[in-house]
Structure formats: C-alpha cells, structure tokens
Design a protein around this ligand. Structure first.
Ligand SMILES: C[S@@+](CC[C@H](N)C(=O)[O-])C[C@H]1O[C@@H](n2cnc3c(N)ncnc32)[C@H](O)[C@@H]1O
Length: 308
C-alpha cells in the first residue's frame, strides 16, 4: 500500500482533546455537570476519595465544598500521596485537604465520615470490587452518596483515522487476546478492566438506592498538526495504554493475565509482534501528519445513595 499523503486538517470539524483525558474533569462546564449535578457537592460537605493517587481529579472538587467542607484522600501508596500534598499546596488548598495512607478494603476513615465518597479508576485494579464498595458504604453517612468513575475496556479501542486499515484477521487477534487478558485478570484477582459498566448493578445488590449511571467521555482524538506539548502527552498516554512497550509493568501484567486466561506463549508472541508492527505504523503515520489517532474508552460514573 502506498503511504497516504500528508493531510490538511480541518480542525474545527474534529473533537480535539489535546490533553490527557481525565474523564472530562478538566473542562470547567463538564466538571460543573459532574460535580454539582451528579455528585451534588455543596459547601460544607466532606468528600472522601478512595485510591486518590495524586488527587489530580479530586482536588478539582475542593472549591465546590468551600467554605466549610474538605477533601480526604486515601491511597495505599505513600509516594503518590506526597505528590497529592504537593499539588494541593501548589493550588493553595492544603488547609482543606487531608491525605491518609490506607487500603481501600479498610478505608482509614471513621464510620459516617463522608457526605460523598468517590473513587476513580480504583475498582478496576482491586480483586473484589464489591468488598471495596461495601467499605465505601461504611464510611458514607446515611443519605450520602457513593460514586465510582470506572471504565469498561471490553469495548475500548484505538484507531488510526486515514492510516492503514487494520485487516480483519488482526482485528480478530486483538479482540481475542483482550478477552483472554480480561478473563485471566478476573480469575487470578488482578483487577477487572471491564468493571465500569457493572458497578451500578453491584451498588444495587449492596442495598444502595437511587442508582444512576452516566456514561462519561472516553473518546479523544489526537491531531498531529497540533504542536501543543499536551498533544504529545496525550499520544504517549494512548500508546502506553494500548501499546505498552515490552518490559513495561502493563506489558507484563497483560501477558500474565493472558496466560492465566488460557492463552499460549505462541499466541502472546503473535500478539506482541502485531502490536510492535502497529506501533511503528501509528508513530510513523502520525508523526508524518498523515493520520489522526483516535481512542475510545467507555467510562461510567455510577452513583447510589445510602438510605437515611
Ligand atoms: C489508576 S490510579 C487512579 C488514581 C486516581 N483515582 C485518579 O483517577 O487519578 C489507582 C490508584 O489506586 C491505588 N490503589 C490500588 N489498589 C488499592 C487498594 N487496594 N487500596 C488503596 N489504594 C489502591 C493505587 O495506589 C493508585 O494510586
């Protein structure tokens, strides 16, 4: 196939997200929708973020609970909490936040501490999401809200628009391999990257009421002619997620999950070779301004209220 010519972009026709996507929380209007309309955060409330990481998302909640409210973030990793502390200080929010080291299965909070308890891309990493949700229910006040923003990778994908098409047999290999990766992960308790679409159901089984599920934006387009550094960051992020380099933690995790899910070493090698080939195509076409990288990761904000 002859390489396509560099394209002229009509960027107004495209949804261009030239930043690392955080379920849309960096967009002020969308954040208002999530934080005010969905989570119902108001001044005076205590919001607890479980598995908060560097708190890049939940720090954006703090202005909504002031005056009078605060954010409590917890994570098992003390190093990410130091980053969270630094981010809070940079945003002059240190007086309104507290970070605690602890496990999601034993949240370092008293009963009924939170008006709203939240997690984001945490349940996908734990062996038993229902156990963590039950613990979140312990920490929320009667009448309070439990909310989880989690993806479902079973329908996630990356496409090279205007690039060389992926032939059907490669698409089939991709889908089959991902299925075994997800199956193996669940079976060996290494998380469940497909949990997002089922969290609402688990919440209902745990006795929460007024279950609401909102699909959150998980699609973004990276346009090569945009020279913004964040465009490059988005490309690197997408590539690390869909094409993790050999030797990376995600590569090893996926291989172990795939083998646990019933895949063979030969099957894994075939998949790894395919990804290496596609990585070359994507980077070559994209950097030559011949194609757009588009990714789609369905995300779900699931919410349930603890009865009074
Ligand atoms: C993908 S990061 C998400 C961080 C943050 N919620 C965000 O969306 O930016 C997952 C975080 O969960 C933490 N984590 C994973 N399993 C945990 C557990 N069982 N208890 C506490 N933290 C956990 C990790 O240390 C990591 O910081």
């Amino acid at each position: 196939m002859r390489p396509p010519k560099p394209l002229e972009w009509h960027k107004d026709d495209l949804l261009v997200v030239v930043d690392r996507p955080r379920f849309g929380l960096k967009d002020p209007d969308y954040r208002d929708y999530i934080v005010e309309r969905c989570l119902g955060l108001r001044p005076g409330m205590v919001v607890v973020d479980v598995g908060c990481g560097s708190a890049a998302s939940s720090l954006t909640f703090v202005p909504y609970v002031l005056p009078g409210g605060r954010l409590v973030g917890c994570d098992r990793d003390p190093e990410v909490l130091q980053i969270a502390e630094r981010h809070a200080a940079e945003q002059s929010l240190s007086d309104y936040v507290e970070f605690r080291v602890g496990e999601a299965e034993r949240i370092p909070s008293e009963d009924d501490e939170a008006d709203v308890i939240y997690c984001q891309t945490l349940l996908m990493h734990v062996p038993d999401a229902a156990k963590v949700l039950a613990e979140m229910i312990r920490v929320v006040k009667p009448g309070g809200l439990v909310a989880a923003m989690e993806p479902d990778f079973s329908a996630a994908g990356i496409a090279l628009v205007n690039g060389e098409p992926r032939p059907p047999e490669r698409a089939a290999l991709w889908a089959h391999t991902m299925t075994l990766i997800h199956k193996g992960a669940i079976e060996r308790g290494a998380g469940d990257w497909t949990i997002g679409s089922r969290v609402g159901l688990i919440m209902r089984e745990l006795g929460l009421k007024q279950i609401r599920v909102r699909q959150t934006p998980g699609s973004f387009t990276i346009v090569p002619s945009t020279k913004a550094p964040s465009n490059r960051e988005a490309l690197d992020w997408a590539m690390e997620l869909f094409y993790p380099p050999e030797g990376s933690d995600l590569f090893r995790l996926q291989r172990d999950n795939y083998l646990a899910g019933g895949g063979t070493k030969e099957g894994w090698q075939e998949f790894a070779d395919m990804r290496a080939l596609e990585t070359e195509h994507i980077m070559g076409d994209h950097e030559g301004s011949r194609s757009i990288v588009q990714t789609h990761i369905p995300g779900f904000l699931s919410m349930g209220r603890l009865p009074e």
